[in-house]
Design a protein around this ligand. Structure first.
Ligand SMILES: [Zn+2]
Length: 369
């Protein structure tokens, strides 16, 4: 603004000097007589620093890359097919972190709102069955604390020393008794405290059906199906009014017969509607992100977070991480911009961009020695 004013001042003087013939061009100011006549010209303001160019070569962003959604169950001793020990889970978090992964919520993935720093990769943690070892309380006299060896305790402790890791996770619980503990002192207030803390800490709960039924083998009628899927939301209205279970993890990965498929996505039970915007499978592959042509929120693959052998299959975790080194989503640090290497553009679903800005790039081939 100052600069603008002084420009006007200069223009006026030049105009007067040029257009009035016979008058002295600019009268000599006499500072003794009238010091206010000529304003001092202020120093020009420095130009704002230009935004530094995004360093594509440094970060190599690829926002059409794959996102691992890890499937855990129990966190306790000893390690087995569906059990990860506390120490192994801590080591997993450290390994993910060191590889550049950061925790994002499932909701962030399905709403295309991944907000992590440039060069890092999103990762989703999921825990099925709502076992007490996912969120366990300890009682010492009057004091109640979070068990440092339960899932929530380990995630919170890791985030204390690595704040940029975040604390997002989704727990596919069974309602109305998520993380139920058998201790005699454990009450409905403790359950309520857990549900409220989860929200406060950026963690989510998802649907895992009412009775952990196999939706293909165990369901006999459409009413039965809607009770299995809708009653958890109905029960939750009392525990967390307004909270929507926006995701479903299919027990055993089972789906009902084709004619009922739509009711897995949405339906109603006794006047309460339910809607699952993400339906999670039991699988072994990473998921495609929101803007990818093969993004499939109603059939999202998950990877077993374990190397424990299951028949001939094993090394799920190691194999997936190795694959992801070449395929993973790498953030540009700006949730409003979707950055994609030119070579990946054929995988972009242009209609999915909505208000996001697309940015593409190619890196020049480096010339080897
Ligand atoms: Zn389960």
């Amino acid at each position: 603004m100052k600069k603008y004013k002084s420009l006007i001042f200069l223009v006026v003087i030049l105009f007067v000097a040029a257009c009035v013939p016979g008058t002295p061009s600019i009268p000599d100011p006499d500072p003794g007589k009238d010091p206010g006549l000529v304003e001092p010209i202020p120093d020009p303001e420095p130009e704002p620093e230009p935004e530094p160019d995004f360093d594509f070569a440094l970060y190599k962003p690829n926002e059409l890359g794959e996102i691992p959604i890890w499937m855990y169950h129990n966190i306790r001793e000893p390690e087995s097919i569906w059990v990860r020990t506390p120490d192994n889970f801590r080591a997993d978090l450290q390994r993910f972190y060191d590889l550049g992964y950061r925790l994002v919520s499932l909701t962030d993935v399905i709403t295309n709102n991944i907000d992590i720093s440039a060069g890092t990769s999103p990762l989703v943690l999921t825990f099925d069955d709502g076992n007490a070892n996912n969120f366990n309380l300890l009682k010492n006299g009057e004091e109640t604390t979070v068990d440092p060896d339960c899932t929530v305790g380990i995630i919170m402790d890791f985030a204390d020393s690595h704040p940029d890791m975040g604390t997002a996770a989704t727990f596919f619980v069974q309602l109305p008794h998520p993380f139920s503990q058998s201790a005699s002192w454990y009450t409905a207030e403790h359950r309520q405290w857990k549900l409220e803390k989860l929200q406060e800490w950026g963690m989510e709960i998802g649907n895992h059906t009412l009775g952990h039924k196999h939706l293909k083998k165990d369901i006999k009628s459409l009413d039965d199906l809607q009770e299995q899927l809708g009653k958890p939301q109905y029960l939750l209205e009392d525990l967390l009014p307004g909270y929507k279970l926006n995701s479903l993890a299919l027990p055993f990965g089972g789906r009902p017969k084709a004619e009922w498929a739509d009711y897995v996505h949405q339906g109603q039970f006794q006047g309460t509607t339910y809607q699952h915007d993400a339906i999670l499978l039991v699988g072994s592959a990473p998921a495609k992100p929101f803007n990818h042509t093969n993004y499939s929120p109603l059939a999202m693959p998950r990877i077993r977070a374990s190397n424990y052998p299951d028949g001939d299959a094993k090394d799920f975790l190691d194999k997936a991480l190795a694959r992801l080194e070449n395929t993973r989503y790498i953030s540009d640090g700006d949730p409003d911009i979707i950055t994609v290497p030119e070579s990946n553009l054929d995988k972009l679903n242009k209609d999915s961009l909505e208000k996001k800005t697309l940015r593409t790039y190619t890196l020049e081939e480096s010339i080897g020695p």
